[in-house]
Design a protein around this ligand. Structure first.
Ligand SMILES: *Cc1c(COP(=O)(O)O)cnc(C)c1O
Length: 445
């Protein structure tokens, strides 16, 4: 068979390659893997993607992920054949990514101090399971189906398990989710139950859950769908495709993400590297990652707050030892990630190296925001009639900070990704009942 797509280790000195049918999530030396394509897609596809917005009866045109299927055709199907799509591609009736595109939000623009025309926010919460994870999960479960895997495994702060369980149930697969007991928003937990997943409660935090789930997946032949899975990263590229398509493929100055396990940062970076290499975009947007103050691994390392060394991808020669020493330091001091924004309460971001690569390519920045800042960010999105959860609130509050620091300029075009919808019903209630909060509107009697 012709090798049109394959897996390749991201380490420049290693560069090991594997078949697309491999279920490896790391090379044999433990480095992350990329999905690679040998062919350069024709720019005329831009028109085809747009025309699919009239789906003509195909759920794969309706899907905001599979509408762009030529750019993640790791199944190597005839993308114009409905039969091929139907037998290979996993979709929840075309719902993933269907409703997500960037919007102007005037109150958020006021809050961050940008002109309303300069700010675009893309609510990924309007995905079928309520977060951007569906973009990646549709692709990961498609790969699971390609390689005949029926036992899906993930660790989760809530949204990954909701998404994995939903797609697994739909495909008749089993799903095992490792969650930190007592640390998951009830609205996320209930989805995992509702979709019939087997929960495994871990006495620890997300980082412990991921370690345990990876170990068990190896032992019991499970298929891991955390963002260490390179196919997750492929699916999530469509988040930036939809933003860019909406801007007529004219790259904005900035794309902003909250930073957790850094799958989004990695996938946005990969999408931009590919589009730039193909000449589909002429300019490279800068990525800004917003960490929580309480879970700031990337920010600490990138900004030289640990040992004074600024960690960089360094053309594929990152300082691996610095990362190891940072984690050892956290462990020796007993420091655990802590934020109310549980979706980004992650101390050991599994995709940190891909994220560094993305930051290097895009001349990116990393900052932190506090829990209160995230809550204000969440609340002001609501005032525009859009839903988002606390971790997504990092985006408006991060933009605000970067404008104040004059990193983002007042006439820059900024795209922010609102990663998920509210699943912690009491958060807005508590926020609005406290009159000290900036946007609070307490009830009257
Ligand atoms: C998973 C998640 C994040 C973190 O994204 P990463 O790709 O892991 O950095 C942020 N916000 C929400 C709502 C999430 O579900």
């Amino acid at each position: 068979m012709q090798k049109n797509t394959y897996l390749k280790c991201i380490d420049v000195h290693c560069g090991l390659e594997y078949s697309i049918f491999s279920t490896r999530i790391e090379c044999e030396k433990g480095h992350l893997l990329d999905v690679k394509y040998t062919q350069k897609p024709s720019e005329s596809l831009k028109e085809r993607f747009l025309s699919r917005r009239n789906p003509e009866g195909s759920i794969f045109n309706e899907s905001g992920v599979w509408r762009f299927r030529e750019l993640l055709n790791f199944c190597q199907i005839d993308t114009e054949s409905i039969e091929d799509c139907a037998s290979s591609l996993v979709s929840l009736d075309g719902a993933e990514g269907r409703q997500s595109k960037p919007y102007h939000m005037s109150k958020v623009a006021d809050f961050v101090n940008l002109l309303v025309e300069g700010l675009w926010l893309q609510p990924e919460g309007y995905n079928p399971s309520g977060s951007f994870k569906d973009n990646g999960m549709a692709a990961a479960i498609t790969h699971a189906k390609l390689v005949n895997e029926k036992k899906i495994v993930c660790a989760s702060t809530g949204n990954t398990s909701a998404s994995a369980a939903m797609y697994a149930a739909n495909e008749g697969m089993e799903c095992f989710v490792y969650i930190p007991s007592g640390q998951i928003a009830p609205g996320k937990l209930s989805q995992a139950y509702q979709f019939g997943a087997q929960l495994i409660e871990v006495d620890g935090n997300f980082d412990d859950c991921l370690a345990k789930s990876l170990e068990d997946a190896k032992k019991f032949a499970g298929y891991t769908v955390n963002s260490i899975n390179p196919f997750r990263i492929e699916g999530q590229k469509t988040i930036s495709y939809r933003s860019l398509e909406h801007l007529n493929w004219k790259a904005p100055d900035w794309i902003i993400y909250p930073g957790g396990a850094l799958g989004n940062t990695s996938s946005c970076g990969k999408s931009l590297m590919e589009l730039y290499e193909w000449g589909w975009i002429k300019k490279i947007p800068r990525i800004a990652v917003i960490n929580s103050e309480g879970a700031s691994t990337l920010s600490d390392l990138y900004n030289g707050k640990f040992e004074g060394d600024e960690l960089r991808w360094n053309k594929g020669n990152p300082n691996y030892e610095l990362i190891k020493r940072y984690y050892a330091d956290l462990d020796s001091k007993g420091i655990k990630p802590k934020t109310k924004a549980t979706a980004i309460q992650i101390g050991r971001p599994i995709n940190i190296l891909k994220a560094l690569r993305a930051l290097e390519f895009t001349n990116g920045v990393v900052i932190t925001v506090s829990d209160n800042e995230m809550l204000d960010g969440m609340a002001v999105v609501g005032l525009n009639g859009f839903d988002c959860e606390m971790a997504s609130g990092a985006v408006p509050s991060g933009i605000k900070k970067l404008i104040k620091e004059q990193v983002i300029k007042k006439d820059d075009i900024v795209v922010g990704i609102l990663t998920g919808r509210q699943k912690d019903a009491m958060l807005p209630v508590d926020y609005h009942n406290n009159p000290e909060n900036r946007f609070a509107r307490p009830p009257k009697n």
